[in-house]
Ligand binder design. Structure first.
Ligand code: SF4
Length: 453
């Protein structure tokens, strides 16, 4: 039983959070009584639930599933979207006393018969971890019986935060799924990559894949947006891993490098500059002269088209001020996207950013005036927004009412966002949405009529 998280999760050599200060580890251990920002279960569920032909069973009292179910909008090409189902064993008082391993067995067999998934992930949570249920034993027994991978995910929330959960999920894929199959020959091209940490929010993966395909690059597997268990099984046969937007899955990329010799790079597809750079970084890593030439040509054409399509929006947005409060890679890649639109980013949230992310923000913000916000509480955000007279706040859903009640236009750029913002088409969506939010006459009317929300 693994009810304590592995030490290596907290000591990731490939993560810049690690070792920046004495005692500072790559992932925080949990603080008792505090699970704000999501627990390990939440993080693991985010990573594994977009796999379209696998099912996820949360072995827990009913409320744990509510914590993680349907928080994102991972789109899929599959007709029946398993992502919209939430399964839990709903442990109750009786189960606590008499044990719930049998309930779990029956639950897995039920979903297998009903949905015929290609794999089942069983999430351990605080309560069964503390009562000592043998999730690993049940998983092994069911895998042998059902002839599909039944994977235990040791994501009990007391082990750590959401980032830790991402790693635990990556480890589950690495241990139980990756390397279990070889790809058919017609799935391979000369230049095969995997995208790691791309969850296809609002179809963003579709836009990235389209651009990469047109640039001559084949996405063999995505971990895990719109993916299948089979494609993750043969992902070790790609030539390069590209870690997109999820620092925690660097862990998985490093493990795949160690075991399969698969190199990895990081890349972001938010904004024109970042998308172009990500494509060039990929082709440079592949190192093929012909591919480099065709990718350069493609980038030139797509950049020109996109510039033309956003011309009117950009004319309006140039010089407008934005306050950005989001996490990780988006803290710098969206600064770059907003700069591409001629906007001035007054402040960006860096609470979840690494030291490297912060360096990138400084590089992108040429004049060095950007405020790095460690504290994103509403009072602080509004204070800065008012002092700096920002035209729009871009942040996550929990800041929406803070902004709107202060009569400041708002755009959701976190996981609950309503539009895809990656790649070239995503840039057009972003320009259009910011334009419409700022142009929304409601704020002006409310200000004029002195209405307090
Ligand atoms: S796994 Fe633990 S911390 Fe997470 S929601 Fe369940 S009880 Fe809460």
């Amino acid at each position: 039983m693994h009810i304590t998280a592995k030490e290596e999760y907290f000591d990731e050599p490939a993560c810049e959070h690690n070792g920046v200060a004495k005692d500072k580890k790559a992932c925080k251990t949990a603080t008792p009584g505090s699970s704000t920002g999501g627990c390990a279960l939440d993080g693991a569920y985010i990573v594994l639930s977009p796999i379209k032909d696998a099912l996820n069973i949360v072995h827990a009292p009913i409320n744990c599933l509510g914590n993680s179910y349907n928080q994102r909008t991972s789109e899929t090409t599959q007709r029946e979207n398993y992502y919209m189902y939430g399964f839990t064993t709903a442990i109750n008082e009786n189960d606590l006393i008499f044990g719930s391993e049998d309930k779990l067995r029956q639950g897995v067999i039920y979903v297998f018969n009903r949905f015929k998934p290609k794999a089942v992930f069983i999430y351990n949570t605080c309560v069964p971890a503390l009562t000592g249920e043998d999730i690993e034993g049940v998983s092994k027994e069911l895998a042998a019986k059902l002839k599909i991978p039944v994977v235990p995910v040791f994501s009990q929330g007391f082990s750590g935060n959401k980032n830790l959960g991402n790693k635990i999920a990556g480890d589950a894929l690495f241990t139980h799924i990756i390397g279990r199959k070889e790809p058919e020959i017609d799935l391979l091209s000369d230049y095969n990559i995997n995208l790691i940490g791309e969850y296809n929010i609002r179809g963003e993966l579709f836009l990235i894949k389209k651009a990469l395909k047109q640039a001559g690059i084949n996405v063999l597997s995505t971990i895990t947006g719109d993916s299948t268990i089979e494609e993750i099984m043969y992902s070790h046969k790609a030539g390069l891993n590209v870690v997109v937007c999820s620092k925690a899955l660097i862990y998985l990329a490093r493990k795949m490098k160690e075991k399969y010799g698969l190199p990895y790079i990081e890349g972001s597809f938010f904004g024109l500059t970042s998308t172009n750079k990500a494509i060039m970084d990929i082709v440079n890593s592949i190192g093929d002269y012909e591919l480099t030439c065709s990718a350069k040509k493609y980038i030139k054409i797509r950049t020109r088209n996109t510039e033309e399509n956003i011309y009117e929006y950009k004319r309006f947005l140039t010089g407008k001020k934005a306050l950005l409060y989001t996490g990780g890679v988006k803290s710098w890649s969206l600064v770059s996207a907003l700069n591409d639109l001629g906007m001035k980013v007054i402040a960006t949230g860096v609470k979840k950013s690494t030291e490297e992310d912060k360096l990138r923000i400084k590089e992108i913000d040429g004049n060095g005036n950007i405020i790095m916000l460690d504290n994103g509480n509403p009072v602080n955000l509004i204070k800065i927004a008012r002092e700096e007279q920002v035209d729009i706040i871009l942040a996550g859903g929990r800041n929406q009412y803070t902004a709107i009640k202060s009569l400041i236009p708002f755009l959701d750029v976190n996981q609950e966002r309503f539009n895809p913002y990656t790649s070239y088409e995503g840039m057009e969506f972003l320009a259009k949405q910011i334009y419409f939010e700022i142009k929304n006459p409601l704020f002006k009317l409310l200000k004029e009529s002195n209405i307090n929300l």
